[in-house]
Design a protein around this ligand. Structure first.
Ligand SMILES: Cc1cc2nc3c(=O)[nH]c(=O)nc-3n(C[C@H](O)[C@H](O)[C@H](O)COP(=O)(O)O)c2cc1C
Length: 293
């Protein structure tokens, strides 16, 4: 038996039926008005949050490289794949290199954003070539100037005061990537010359032994284990005599920057031992979740 319906409902139903006919004849699904969502995977490594902050502008759920490396099935397929990591002496951190060497990536669009604090030199060229050697062909590589967390040279209190136009530059990079733009920056002669000088630094820095790099002020250490939780290499433990560290070190300085007591420092000297840094929009919990072993 036909139910009595109001004129308003009848019009609504008619509209729905008309819409269905239009969609059926045009061969479109009910959601055809919106462009299909692209699947984008973003991988990052961070010590002090800069690269995580950037990765979060590209994805709600960026994937931490140290956590991904725990899986034995490192095969990724998506419409877009992105890498965000810090520049270490015009190269990528060892853990990023390990990830690219071990994993397989399939995507028609691959982009990389390398955060740096002072001089990117030829890092884009280096990464372009390195990634290619391991089967990853970037469509877009860019660098982003942020706070420089390299403690031997920079005072974090001063770094945090320098205007680096990060937000403006990041907005441009996000717009480029969302538009699927291609870019592999040309490296000038000067960068080529500086890259030669950096080679020496790279060789002396990586890999680094934790025991050669770090020192501890035992009067300050409260054995809270924060260093252990933020270390992507699992180099710390509380032993019978308190905090101990050993093993191959990324030289990422997450432990030194995150220590709430400023008990960890660099043997070789620092610009300001009392100044430490974490990106203001990244929590300690996020660094721990990114790196814990
Ligand atoms: C070992 C090491 C080497 C670095 N080398 C460079 C460099 O050559 N050029 C540069 O501009 N920044 C350099 N930096 C600074 C970082 O690339 C920069 O602060 C980055 O944004 C930190 O990212 P994160 O907060 O995600 O760890 C270096 C930092 C470290 C710890």
């Amino acid at each position: 038996m036909a139910k009595n319906i109001s004129r308003r409902d009848a019009l609504k139903n008619m509209g729905k039926a008309m819409g269905a006919v239009v969609l059926a004849t045009s061969g479109l699904s009910a959601f055809a008005a919106a462009a299909p969502e692209k699947k984008r995977l973003v991988f990052y490594f961070t010590a002090t949050g800069n690269s995580l902050f950037v990765a979060k502008q590209f994805s709600d759920k960026p994937l931490s490289i140290p956590q991904e490396l725990k899986s034995d099935k490192l095969v990724y397929e998506a419409d877009e794949i992105g890498f965000v990591f810090p520049d270490y002496a015009a190269t990528a951190p060892l853990i990023v290199r390990e990830f690219v060497e071990k994993a397989t990536f399939k995507a028609p669009y691959i982009f990389s954003v390398i955060t740096f604090g002072n001089a990117a030199v030829n890092v884009t060229e280096w990464w372009d070539n390195y990634a290619k050697e391991h089967g990853v062909v970037n469509n877009y590589i860019n660098t982003l100037l942020m706070v420089d967390n390299y403690l031997p040279v920079f005072d974090m209190n001063q770094q945090m005061k320098i205007e680096k136009n990060t937000d403006e530059n990041l907005a441009k990079i996000v717009a480029d990537v969302n538009a699927g733009k291609g870019l592999i920056p040309e490296v000038g002669e000067q960068a080529g010359f500086m890259a030669g000088m950096l080679k020496q630094l790279q060789d002396s820095h990586f890999p680094m032994e934790a025991e050669r790099l770090l020192a501890i002020d035992r009067d300050r250490c409260i054995e809270c284990n924060t260093c252990s939780q933020v270390c992507p290499s699992g180099n710390f433990r509380i032993g019978d005599n308190g905090l101990e560290f050993s093993g191959s070190c990324e030289y990422c300085l997450a432990c030194v920057h995150s220590c709430p007591q400023k008990a960890l420092y660099l043997q070789a000297g620092e610009r300001n031992r009392e100044a430490r840094y974490r990106h203001p929009e990244v929590s300690l919990g996020e660094i721990i979740r990114s790196n814990r072993q």
